[in-house]
Design a protein around this ligand. Structure first.
Ligand code: SF4
Length: 199
């Protein structure tokens, strides 16, 4: 006679006695239960659908363009939708040196982006001024906007930028706190219309 496998424990394959059946069934969960909270789900969604602003300042921007081309294909990480309007973007990749004249425009574009938003400083110039240690170049874009990830190199390779995006994704998924807005600790620098210009 064929055995009745429907009366066996799924994990141990031991037979379940008729008397045990009722208590066995009542001990099992009725269905799968997913335990998480809304923040975790939102952070996961945000991390995997980052929309960068279409924004390049100098030579590093060429590498940023290559990052979205087929060979490197940033679409593999959900970040290929470069937006021409800051109001549709949540990531600013500062790709290149920031001149003092451009600084107020960079700040304005960042302010026009909706929350939550993130910034990657791509390359030596955006991160710290690079080789341009002079009055015309902002010595690190973190003097005017908060930077989440710094990508080293002159220029950084597309792989390095993708690594920066991956690090940012990990931070967003983990819900890590964002850096402080420089306006809060250097208001005189950020608000100065002549920032970086010498008299
Ligand atoms: S880091 Fe190098 S490649 Fe990038 S903007 Fe500066 S000089 Fe150009």
């Amino acid at each position: 006679m064929a055995e009745d496998y429907s009366q066996r424990d799924f994990f141990t394959n031991n037979a379940i006695m008729p008397g045990d059946l009722q208590s066995y069934r009542s001990a099992q969960p009725i269905g799968g239960v997913v335990t998480t909270n809304l923040d975790k789900v939102l952070n996961l969604a945000r991390a995997n659908s980052i929309w960068p602003a279409l924004f390049g300042l100098a030579c590093c921007a060429i590498e940023m363009m290559a990052t979205s081309a087929p060979r490197f294909d940033i679409a593999r990480f959900g970040s290929e939708v470069f937006r021409a309007s800051p109001r549709q973007a949540d990531l600013m990749i500062v790709a290149g040196r920031v001149s003092a004249k451009m600084a107020p425009a960079v700040r304005q574009i960042w302010e026009q982006m909706p929350e939550p938003k993130w910034v990657i400083a791509m390359g030596a110039c955006a991160s710290c001024g690079g080789v341009f240690n002079n009055y015309a170049i902002v010595q690190g874009v973190d003097m005017i906007i908060p930077v989440d990830v710094y990508v080293a190199g002159c220029p950084p390779t597309p792989e390095a930028l993708i690594e920066g995006v991956r690090i940012l994704q990990d931070r967003i998924t983990a819900g890590e706190p964002q850096p402080q807005d420089p306006k809060e600790y250097m208001p005189e620098v950020v608000r100065d219309p002549n920032f970086g210009r010498h008299a």
